[in-house]
Design a protein around this ligand. Sequence first.
Ligand code: NAP
Length: 254
Amino acid sequence: MAGILEGKVALITGAGSGIGRATAKIFAREGAHLMIIDVAAVAAQETLEAVRQLGAKALCLKADVSNAAEVEAAVARTVSEFGRLDCAFNNAGIEGEPALTHKCSEANWNRVLAINLTGVWLCMKAEIAQMLKQGQGGAIVNTSSVAGIAGAIGGPAYVASKHGVAGLTRAAALEYGRYKIRVNAVCPGPIRTPMLARLMQFTKDAEDRMVRSEPLKRLGEPEEIGETVAWLCSDRASFVTGLPMPVDGGFFAQ
Ligand code: NAP
């Protein structure tokens, strides 16, 4: 049976680790051609090898999503290699340094906003321009967070950046719906990735506490975000746009 992304050309950022890597593998399984983007070159190469083993036509490129020229070059390379761009998962992000609002340094604030929010906007800008040129629509998914819907303590720049991603997603969905470009976001709860491992080291019993606060009583796995992103990018989600979608083990049902 054909995959739900059969023959689609997709670009994924932050694809060298965690959620991005798991999603790249699921896109490969579902038949997509892939442009793997990460600032970490070796990690991107490892993901490339994994998706090629799954049979995907794929390339990888080291690029920093906060650098407009690198983002534009990544989209241009995707098109020169695969002929077009159908889907994008703008997922690269950093947690920044833990600090309360009055202790957050300007450098930390600027870095987190530059990667998590400006980076998503720069990616969308280049991707949407290409999709408009093609004239056949497209699907974009951005990575926000449960911290893009509700507040969280100790990461004001992260929370602000992820709320920004949710807003940008809604705005672009309104602007480009008439061109058949759908724009959604995933808002993950705590997902077992290297980023979460780094965050958990700052709090005693962090994993136990997170698990207790989840109705499903466990952490999420990166593949559970990847499956959602694959569906949102596929034609099966053809009437879904402008949605920052919690994938949170039921956290927001409480
Ligand atoms: P991760 O394991 O740290 O993976 C993120 C990847 O993005 C890393 O390979 C990282 O490279 C790369 N990256 C960082 N800055 C970049 C840049 N400027 N340009 C291109 N690539 C860059 O994190 P993850 O947990 O998979 O997180 C993926 C996304 O999900 C992030 O946006 C995160 O905020 C969001 N999220 C995660 C969770 C969670 O619980 N894990 C929950 C909600 C939302 P380096 O390793 O070299 O930095």
